[in-house]
Design a binder for this molecule. Sequence first.
Ligand code: ADP
Ligand code: ZN
Length: 214
Amino acid sequence: MIPIIQRNTGWIEVVCGCMFSGKSEELIRRLRRAMIARQKVAIFKPAIDNRYSEDHIVSHSDNKIPSQVISSAEEILQASLESHVVGIDEAQFFDASLIDVCLKLSNMGKRVIVAGLDMDYRGMPFEPIPHLLAIAEYITKMQAICVVCGNPASFTYRTIQDSDRVVIGAANIYEARCRNCYIPPPAEEASVASNGKEKSAGKKKKKKKKKVKA
Ligand code: ADP
Ligand code: ZN
């Protein structure tokens, strides 16, 4: 349970899960409640993710809240000095410096709410989220609904082949799938997929090969 009374101490909350699991919705819900309670709220998202808006966090259900776009985690520190609550979406797109930023903010007495993918499309832990999960006081793992069978989904399946770990896109190239229906990418793709490059989806659509789960 997340405490509703702030006793002059800060903490870290992490909301994780696969794509479409409701992470942004949950982050927006928590931030809205804090705003209703007249707490000062600072909200950030990485510049890399401008899929739906430059100045809002927008969920797949079109729920939105104003946010600041930043290109490095360090910018959060200076921009949230006056805030009680700090919200960060798509945290998997920041580097390891986000960990130190979250620690500093929470040690300053702030409530830090971080939302992000816990696994990439290969089913591998998506840093820095695993580290944040370890140091957080409160963690929430969300599930989507598997588009194949309807079971709870924890995996993000990429419907196109691409060797880059990050390909920005949504329903056009990603699907939420359960463990049974998730198919890992071919080994040769996965082995070169951590090069940190990113690109926008849709430009390089290749024909999907039929794969059989081992
Ligand atoms: P996340 O931030 O985890 O990617 P969002 O909060 O942006 O997720 O969006 C959640 C919304 O996505 C749901 O309320 C629903 O409207 C929509 N959605 C699309 N596909 C699915 C799915 N397979 N399972 C559940 N919700 C889905
Ligand atoms: Zn399934």
